[in-house]
Design a protein around this ligand. Structure first.
Ligand SMILES: [Zn+2]
Length: 243
């Protein structure tokens, strides 16, 4: 293994301390203003991390860049978790679900790639799963099937089938994604364990009325759903499928 030019142990120690403080504020009982402030603290720290990563990439220090990716994304997962709690307090349930899924997906990329043991990993995925079970009702998901016509690799931008990069793996501090730009849709099916938990049924119809699955309120969906594409009761995101 390459020798780190900066002291990685110091960085990991700093990260673990920071993660412990942030996680200490990731409880539903903690004041919303304190959680919002913590989100900003994490964002600012991550800005510094990204600068450090760029420096490592320039110096072609791949292990170091990958370590920064893992630290950055572990903190990003906590940022999403805090945001989910804020969303719940602000009665933005659709966004809350979106942020929980973001936290799970983000942390999933870390677990698959981390080069060192990060303390905050202990049970974190299980913690996020507990939120899912305790705070949200059973949801219905969709899975899309089709023939990929055009896709490219996010690392080298070549046709995905023609390069050696593997989706979900880290290269110089960046995760490889297969970016699908053209696909023939063959089917959409209801599934229990989807690849993409953003892709869910938003409303059900009862007595001719559309009911939001999360809030049971009448109406198409919660107003804060604007970021998600698709207004016909389904939300889907097909642009980047990493896993
Ligand atoms: Zn590639």
């Amino acid at each position: 293994m390459k020798i780190f030019l900066e002291n990685p142990n110091l960085l990991i120690k700093e990260f673990n301390e920071m993660a412990a403080i942030s996680q200490g504020k990731a409880f539903i009982t903690v004041g919303i203003e304190i959680q919002k402030q913590e989100i900003e603290t994490i964002k600012n720290y991550r800005t510094e991390l990204i600068k450090l990563k760029k420096d490592f990439v320039t110096r072609k220090l791949e292990n170091e860049a990958n370590l920064i990716y893992c630290i950055d994304n572990s903190l990003l997962a906590i940022q999403f978790e805090l945001q989910m709690l804020v969303n719940i307090k602000e009665d933005k349930m659709s966004e809350a679900w979106g942020n929980l899924v973001n936290a799970q997906v983000t942390y999933g990329t870390v677990i698959k790639n981390y080069p060192f043991e990060l303390q905050s990993e202990n049970g974190y995925i299980e913690r996020l799963e507990s939120y899912e079970k305790l705070l949200f009702p059973n949801l219905y998901f969709q899975s899309v099937g089709g023939i990929i016509k055009k896709s490219h690799c996010s690392i080298c931008e070549q046709n995905y089938n023609k390069c050696d990069h593997v989706k979900g793996k880290l290269y110089n501090g960046e995760i490889c994604c297969r970016i699908i730009t053209e696909m023939d849709l063959e089917e959409v099916s209801l599934v229990e364990n989807p690849a993409n938990k953003h892709c869910r049924v938003l409303t059900i119809e009862q007595n001719g009325k559309k009911i939001d699955i999360l809030t049971l309120r009448e109406g198409s969906t919660t107003a804060n759903n604007s970021k998600l594409p698709g207004k016909s009761g389904f939300s889907a995101s097909l642009t980047e499928i990493c896993f």
